[in-house]
Design a protein around this ligand. Structure first.
Ligand code: ATP
Length: 939
């Protein structure tokens, strides 16, 4: 009875073990039933030990019944797959024990080669005594030795260093939050160690590479997201968001930190970009590095003036529920500790140095408290003391005279949930006997781990063999038409980024590559955050309010006592991307408070990169999306949601530009995103899936052609919309030529001044990006108020293109961008879209994107629809209140024209001053994007 019950539960058991519920289909269940039919009448249901690992020729020869042989193999496959899951659980447990014993902090010391003529003052260079001890010789003939887990000599290579860091990658993939810091005095080689150079890549690029490599060997598929921020003067800045080029009169608003009751830390509005391969992550990393705040100091020509933090979040996708937690690995290049006397810093450099020292001190306090298992861990309160550096090594010393700062340390708060498992520390003193015991226990665990790994490999190999066998048998059998489509229980197949799948994709002709629109699927993260998993709206609402309510802790802004005038006139730090953000007397308190509040109700943005598809024509697959999971408010229920996605596609153009943008009639236009196809993982669906793909592609192409034909017709009539590519690449004169005379700014649109600025009064409310040449001549479609790209003005602008350039793999994006005559984008108060206001409702911070108002008034009483008027009013009001639309606004506005399949109709309706019915907009219903991904956006 018992065993029959187990048989009945087999399917569910395997389902839950493999975490693939959603993909299992009727065909799969049938095959499991087949397996069950051939189960032995007695004995354990799945006994992996009895599984036949030696598959070579054992089937088919003796067994006359082909079906029987197939079922037997499937049975073994199921057993082995279950066993692999067990092994994974065991491995995690053993590793856990091992890490607990070993202690979670390992401290390495790397000695930097001494430069010719380097002056050490009254200190002498540090000497490495052996592989774990260094000697510091003091001036008065005294010396001190320090122990580390490992000491790297001055001649050590980047490889040597990474070798020691690599085990952490495994921990991160196993679900642990991990953290790698580089800390030390300014100029001692932290950035060189973490970032490295192109020829000598450092820990971060190597670790990212290893992460993707090791993920392939795992039993699960993983979802990786990449984020990068810096903590500059106590402010959190997203390094992946393009920064304004010119100095503004305010400190950029800081991202705010949220802590949930379980201790998890989230940073509001921090971009988390989904990456599916090493190169994507690397490009983003390079982009982030370019934006770091650096400056020349007495100690270092290119000194980091901030802490930079790189975060890779890792979510196992098809792991069992209990193991599906997201883990993160942080790489932190801390700002260098400085001694003011030595660096002779003043003005801004001095303030930066102080901020760095203070936060390092807080970090030291936290680690100290964790190590000593103190009741109170001062994550959010700055303590006394500072880090004092001697040459290449660091000595943590408390200095009671150092001024107390009753401020939050953003650094320790951000890393709070990644520092919490600190166990042993180098300064922990244990007896020799205890140490021996510990060593033995660790050796034991290491041996266990090794055995598990070997067993894991064996089982994997057996599964591969069985699959080959199964394939042969199914091909041979006359009943193969049925069997061919039955999915195999393969470890490889269970992970989308597995080798076999990739080889297959490579080998298949381009036409046959299934274009799975992965980017349209809601990520687990976004579904959870958006509450899309909740069945009805009431439940979802409850979820959201609970969630907001649960964010119990908020970091306050840090207001550094900076005298703007004096600082402004002293040196200025700059990002490597030429970001120049001076402080003012006002500091950032007001602004930050406002932004923090706005940000409070909003979630992390998740930009989703699809898997790289190099096939030409796979434009849809190569697009990129920004999902703004929660908090965009009711207004996103309306027609505009899908436009976000479209513009994000453009913002994140992948490397092969020609495959993204389709030429038509001599012009280059963006493809229209096609709706997601929902596939079953059932192998039986393969053919019909391909067929559907082709049909969909056809429909898509036809739609596109119709759209372009419309553009052509408009052009023939003397007027057409400027496509995005026109705007970016065509000379101004061409654009002008393509428009009727009365549509050009300066002709029909009267010019006047507001606040001393020359502005154009436009007659209608449609927004479109356009180009301004050096004479500030604008070309707009008729009655269209536009965003303006200033090719030769660097002020007040946002480098939208830097993101594109980075994704394309081009470095120095901003300069390239400027040199191509595509300047900066301006945001205007007259935004008609609802995004700005919904952004404000939801609290999306547009911190670094906020621009000085370049006022562009919009004519009143133009006969536009009520909804649009309302949007406009809200938007203008927000602007007046100092809340300005940001990048999202621009995205939307570009999108609203670029994406419109019927721009002609839309423009005509404006021109005739008729009401523009809301329900005829650019809704995703109309674009066929009625998927729950977008449902997530509507919240
Ligand atoms: N191991 C090394 N081998 C060769 N050159 C090195 C090494 N470490 C550091 N350098 C060089 O020393 C200089 C300073 O290094 P780096 O900028 O990495 O210091 P840092 O600790 O990050 O300083 P800061 O805290 O001011 O940012 C750089 O020119 C770097 O190339």
């Amino acid at each position: 009875m018992e065993s029959r019950k187990s048989v009945q539960n087999l399917a569910q058991t395997i389902h839950s073990l493999l975490g693939l519920k959603a993909h299992f289909t009727f065909g799969w269940v049938q095959s499991v039933c087949d397996i069950i039919k051939h189960l032995p009448s007695e004995g354990p249901l799945i006994d992996w030990k009895s599984a036949n690992f030696k598959t070579g020729g054992s089937f088919g020869k003796k067994d006359d019944d082909l079906d029987g042989a197939i079922s037997k193999i499937k049975y073994e496959l199921a057993a082995l797959t279950a066993h692999i899951s067990q092994l994974n659980i065991r491995r995690r447990q053993v590793l856990n024990d091992f890490l607990d014993l070993k202690g979670n902090i390992r401290v390495f010391c790397r000695l930097r080669p001494i430069r010719v003529g380097e002056n050490f003052g009254h200190f002498k260079p540090v000497v490495a005594l052996d592989s774990s001890n260094v000697l510091l010789r003091l001036s008065d003939n005294k010396s001190r030795s320090y122990s580390f887990d490992k000491v790297f000599q001055a001649g050590s290579s980047q490889d040597d260093v990474f070798f020691r860091v690599e085990p952490l990658i495994k921990s991160a993939l196993d679900g642990y939050n991990t953290c790698v810091f580089a800390y030390g005095q300014t100029g001692t080689g932290k950035t060189f160690t973490m970032e490295g150079t192109r020829d000598f890549p450092g820990v971060v690029p190597r670790a990212i590479k290893a992460l993707f490599k090791q993920a392939v060997d795992r039993n699960y598929a993983f979802l990786f997201t990449f984020s990068m921020l810096e903590i500059y003067m106590g402010n959190l800045k997203d390094l992946l968001i393009p920064q304004p080029r010119k100095a503004m009169n305010q400190m950029p608003s800081s991202l705010s930190i949220q802590t949930d009751p379980k201790g998890g830390v989230e940073i509001d509005n921090l971009l988390a970009i989904q990456v599916s391969e090493f190169n994507q992550a690397l490009r983003l990393y390079r982009l982030g590095c370019q934006s770091r705040s650096t400056a020349s100091t007495n100690s270092n020509m290119n000194s980091s003036r901030s802490h930079s933090l790189i975060r890779l979040s890792i979510t196992p996708l098809n792991a069992p529920e209990s193991q599906r937690e997201t883990s993160k690995i942080w790489f932190v290049d801390l700002g260098g500790s400085e001694r003011v006397l030595k660096t002779k810093a003043w003005g801004r450099r001095l303030e930066e140095g102080k901020a760095i020292n203070l936060s390092l001190s807080a970090l030291g306090d936290v680690i100290n408290a964790l190590q000593r298992k103190k009741g109170h861990i001062p994550y959010s309160q700055q303590g006394f003391g500072y880090l004092e550096g001697y040459s290449n090594i660091i000595n943590l010393s408390l200095n009671e005279n150092f001024p107390t700062a009753d401020r939050n340390s953003k650094l320790t708060q951000v890393l709070k949930d990644s520092l919490a498992r600190v166990g042993a520390f180098i300064w922990t003193e244990v007896s020799a006997e205890e140490r021996d015991k510990k060593d033995d226990a660790m050796k034991n665990l290491q041996q266990k781990l090794k055995t598990i790994e070997e067993e894991h490999q064996n089982v994997k190999r057996s599964i591969e063999k069985l699959n080959e066998e199964l394939e042969k048998l199914t091909l041979r059998g006359s009943t193969c038409s049925q069997e061919l489509n039955t999915p195999h229980l393969s470890v490889d197949q269970l992970q989308p980024n597995n080798k076999s799948l990739r080889n297959k994709t490579k080998d298949e002709p381009v036409d046959h590559v299934p274009q799975l629109p992965r980017f349209m699927r809601p990520t687990i993260c976004s579904r959870r955050k958006s509450g899309a998993d909740y069945k009805n709206s009431e439940e979802k609402h409850k979820f959201i309010s609970q969630r907001r309510g649960s964010l119990s802790h908020r970091a306050e802004s840090v207001n550094f006592p900076v005298n703007g005038n004096s600082l402004y006139s002293s040196e200025c730090s700059k990002s490597r991307n030429s970001c120049l953000l001076p402080l003012t007397m006002k500091g950032s308190a007001d602004i930050e408070t406002e932004c923090s509040q706005e940000a409070s109700e909003c979630d992390t943005k998740v930009v989703v990169f699809p898997e790289q598809d190099t096939s030409p024509g796979s434009s849809i697959n190569q697009t990129t999306h920004l999902s703004l999971s929660e908090g965009y408010g009711k207004r996103l229920k309306n027609k505009y949601s899908s436009e976000f996605l479209r513009v994000d596609n453009w913002l994140h153009l992948p490397k092969n530009e020609s495959s993204v943008i389709t030429p038509h009639g001599g012009r280059w236009v963006l493809p229209i995103p096609s709706p997601e196809k929902k596939y079953r993982s059932d192998g039986r669906m393969k053919d019909s899936k391909l067929r559907d793909e082709k049909i969909d592609n056809c429909v898509h192409k036809t739609k596109e052609m119709v759209y372009h034909a419309k553009l052509e017709r408009q052009a023939d009539k003397g007027f057409r919309m400027s496509t995005l590519e026109d705007i970016l690449h065509k000379p101004q004169t061409l654009l002008e030529d393509s428009l009727p005379k009365d549509s050009r700014a300066g002709s029909s649109c009267p010019l006047h001044t507001i606040d001393g600025n020359l502005v154009t009064q436009t007659r209608d409310l449609v927004h479109v990006p356009s180009i301004m040449d050096s004479k500030c001549v604008t070309s707009f479609p008729p009655n269209i108020c536009g965003h303006t790209f200033y090719p030769d003005r660097e002020d007040n602008g946002v480098h939208l293109m830097s993101m594109i350039q980075a994704v394309k793999g081009e470095t120095r994006c901003s300069d390239g961008f400027l040199s191509k005559n595509i300047g900066c984008c301006h945001f205007f108060p007259s935004d008609l879209d609802s995004i700005a206001s919904s952004k404000e409702e939801s609290g999306v911070s547009c911190s670094s994107l906020e621009q000085e108002p370049h006022f562009w008034p919009v004519g009143a009483g133009l006969g536009v629809g009520d909804g649009i008027k309302e949007d406009l009013e809200t938007s203008s009001q927000s602007w007046k209140q100092g809340r300005r639309p940001g990048l999202q606004t621009l995205r939307f506005q570009i999108a609203s024209f670029m994406a419109d399949p019927n721009p002609n109709g839309r423009i005509t309706s404006y021109m005739k001053s008729q009401e523009y019915p809301q329900n005829k907009g650019l809704g995703f219903q109309r674009l066929g994007l009625e998927h729950d991904f977008f449902y997530g956006l509507m919240l």
